[in-house]
Each structure stands twice: as structure tokens, then as C-alpha cells.
Write a protein that binds this ligand. Structure first.
Ligand SMILES: NC(=O)c1ccc[n+]([C@@H]2O[C@H](COP(=O)([O-])OP(=O)(O)OC[C@H]3O[C@@H](n4cnc5c(N)ncnc54)[C@H](OP(=O)(O)O)[C@@H]3O)[C@@H](O)[C@H]2O)c1
Length: 327
């Protein structure tokens, strides 16, 4: 496996990151342990989580996912082998101050995450999205302190607008704070614009690491969905239908299916391999519900497209990329 430098940081990560959102929601502890064991064994050295996972599920609560990871880290004694990424921002309880990016909540959140994860540090601590109620100066001051105290190595930002990121760099520079080193946006062959529009320029100019999420569009590109097939049994299927069943995206899926069939690989493998052709993405974060899905998705690392295939995929999913529009 070829490890990649994470933006301007000094660390290297695997070309696929293991997502953990489904731990405690779609898969319980035993299967979660098996997936993490296999991921590490296969060379994936970076896991992504968040303090709120998986608050939305009837069978779960905020912090459950981190707790499962923490138990695994302790049981397997592998903390040193991993780049661990988590997030702060979402509501951890009904308390109005137990959410957001205030200094108070960031301290509360890091203490909770470190305890649940049973670790002394988090490698990459990300804001889960922006917080309009808190000044970026306050947030960055708090995050800077976490780095100074050795509780966090790097900070990153998920679901943030490009202009906010640039503003945050000015604040970091002016005050001598650490800056956001990574971004975590959604990115897939059916959801390109968010990254390829203005964010692309910021990523390049500031040499940011990009660990993008939902590479299979929440399952739309997993092979289980197709233009005329009934929706698969999944708690995500209704939201997938709502977001992705448009003519443009179904045409992209048709092409991915066609190329997968010709290459005798899976739809998911083609969709992941296409992301791996994009040099501005450091590593997509994959979400799997079983060891079998994990092993299957990793085959994407070996798939190469010829020029015709790549042209077809790029064109069918295209919009006007910012780097061409500004030429
Ligand atoms: N920062 C954020 O706001 C944010 C948001 C979302 C996710 N994330 C991160 O990104 C990770 C991945 O996100 P995601 O779950 O949306 O990723 P995804 O890869 O787009 O979708 C994963 C889903 O695809 C299906 N799948 C995956 N591999 C498959 C295979 N080989 N065969 C059949 N089905 C397969 C499963 O669907 P079924 O469940 O239907 O079986 C799985 O739940 C998360 O775990 C989390 O760490 C971050």
C-alpha cells in the first residue's frame, strides 16, 4: 500500500481511511472489532470517527461509536499504530452548551472523546462543521490550546465553506495559532462540485490534506441501487433515493455499471477507483458494514482505467471544474 502525506503535515496515511459511523448503529461491537482488525491487518492506518456517532439511531447514542473504538484500542493495544481522527461540534446532550465550537464545549468534548477512546491524544481533531454562534477566534484559540497541551496533533475542518477556511487561516496566522491542516467534505463521482469548485483552489493553494466522505454516495454507488431496481433494504435507502435519484446521477450510475461490467469488477470498486485518480483527494473515507465489504472495496486500489474509460467517467459526471473555468 502506498502511503500519502496528509497535506502539509508530517504524517502519512493509507490511501483509504476507515470510517466508523456505522459502528454501534449498523454493526455492533463484535463485527466492528472484526472490521477494525481486518483494516489494520490490510494496512489501513487511519480511522475517522466523531463524538456524536451515532446519536440518530434508535439502538445508539452519542459517543457509542467512540466507546467501541476505545475498547478495541485497549484490547488490541494498537494505539501507536494508528492515526486517529475525531470530530467536535454536534450536540452530545440536550444541554444548550453541550454543542457547538465554544471554548467551553471544545474542552468538554475533547475530555469526553479521550475518555471514550481510551487514549491520551487524538491525531486529527476536526470541527464537524462551522458554528455561526461562535467567533472563529474563540474556536481556534481553544483548538490551539489542545495542540499545545499535546492532546491533539493536528486540526481539521469538515463541512466548511472555502471562504471560512481562508478566514480561519488569517486568524491563525495573526494570532500564532495552529491552522486547519485538513478538510473533510463529501466527494464522489455523483457529488463533485462542492470540492471541485472553490474548495479545490483553497486545497491547492494551502496544500491541505483532504479526507473526503461518502465516496459511494451513502450506498448509491455500492452496486445495490440501479435505475430500475427496487430500493435495497437499508435504513439509508430513502435518503439515498431523495438525494441521488436524478436523471443526471442515474446516467453516471449507468456508466459506472457499464465500465464495472466490462472490467469484471464491482460498481463500488469503480466508484472508489475513480476518486483515487484525483490528486487533490488524499484519501476517501470508506464506510463498510462487514469484513467482506471492506475486503471488496480495497480491490479498488488495484484498478486502473484506460484513457477511454476515464474520459467516459469524467465526462458523464462533469460540470465545469474551477481550474478550467479560471484559465
Ligand atoms: N464529516 C461528515 O459530516 C461525515 C458524513 C458522513 C460520513 N462521514 C465519514 O465518512 C465515512 C463513510 O461515509 P459513508 O458511510 O456515507 O460512505 P459511503 O461509502 O458513501 O457509503 C457507505 C455505504 O455503502 C454501502 N457499502 C459500502 N461498501 C459496500 C459493498 N462493498 N457492497 C455493498 N454495499 C456497500 C453500505 O450501505 P448500506 O448501509 O446500505 O449497506 C455502507 O453503509 C463514515 O463512516 C464517517 O466516518 C463523515
Amino acid at each position: 500500500m502506498e502511503y500519502k502525506r496528509l497535506g502539509s503535515t508530517g504524517i502519512k496515511i493509507s490511501p483509504l481511511v476507515l470510517g466508523t459511523m456505522q459502528f454501534g448503529w449498523r454493526v455492533e461491537k463484535e463485527e466492528s472489532f472484526a472490521i477494525m482488525d481486518k483494516a489494520l491487518e490490510l494496512g489501513i492506518n487511519c480511522f475517522d470517527t466523531a463524538d456524536i456517532y451515532s446519536y440518530w439511531a434508535d439502538n445508539s447514542y452519542p459517543g457509542k461509536t467512540e466507546k467501541i473504538i476505545g475498547e478495541w484500542l485497549k484490547d488490541r493495544a494498537v494505539r501507536e499504530d494508528l492515526i486517529l481522527a475525531s470530530k467536535v461540534r454536534g450536540a452530545m446532550s440536550k444541554d444548550i452548551n453541550d454543542q457547538g465550537l465554544s471554548r467551553r464545549h471544545i474542552w468538554q468534548a475533547i475530555n469526553g472523546s479521550l475518555k471514550r477512546l481510551q487514549t491520551e491524544w487524538i491525531d486529527l481533531y476536526q470541527i464537524h462543521s462551522f458554528d455561526n454562534d461562535t467567533k472563529i477566534e474563540e474556536t481556534l484559540h481553544a483548538l490551539n490550546l489542545l495542540v499545545e497541551k499535546g492532546l491533539v496533533n493536528y486540526i481539521g475542518a469538515s463541512n466548511i465553506h472555502p471562504w471560512m477556511l481562508v478566514e480561519s487561516f488569517w486568524v491563525s496566522e495573526k494570532n500564532g495559532y495552529v491552522r486547519f491542516e485538513t478538510v473533510q467534505p463529501p466527494y464522489s463521482i455523483v457529488r463533485r462540485m462542492l470540492v471541485e469548485h472553490q474548495m479545490y483552489n483553497v486545497i491547492k493553494k494551502y496544500n491541505l490534506g483532504v479526507i473526503s466522505y461518502s465516496p459511494l454516495a451513502g450506498g448509491f454507488l455500492s452496486g445495490k441501487y440501479s435505475r430500475n431496481a427496487p430500493l435495497p433494504e437499508s435504513p439509508r435507502s430513502e435518503s439515498v433515493k431523495k438525494r441521488y435519484f436524478t436523471e443526471h446521477r442515474l446516467k453516471v450510475l449507468d456508466t459506472v455499471e457499464e465500465i464495472a461490467e466490462n472490467k469484471e469488477v464491482t460498481v463500488a470498486q469503480v466508484a472508489l477507483a475513480w476518486i483515487l485518480t484525483k490528486d487533490f483527494i488524499t484519501a476517501p473515507i470508506i464506510g463498510v458494514n462487514s469484513v467482506e465489504q471492506l475486503e471488496s472495496n480495497l480491490v479498488a486500489l488495484e484498478i486502473k482505467f484506460d484513457q477511454d474509460e476515464l474520459k467516459k467517467l469524467d465526462e458523464v459526471s462533469d460540470w465545469i471544474p474551477a481550474y478550467e473555468a479560471i484559465r
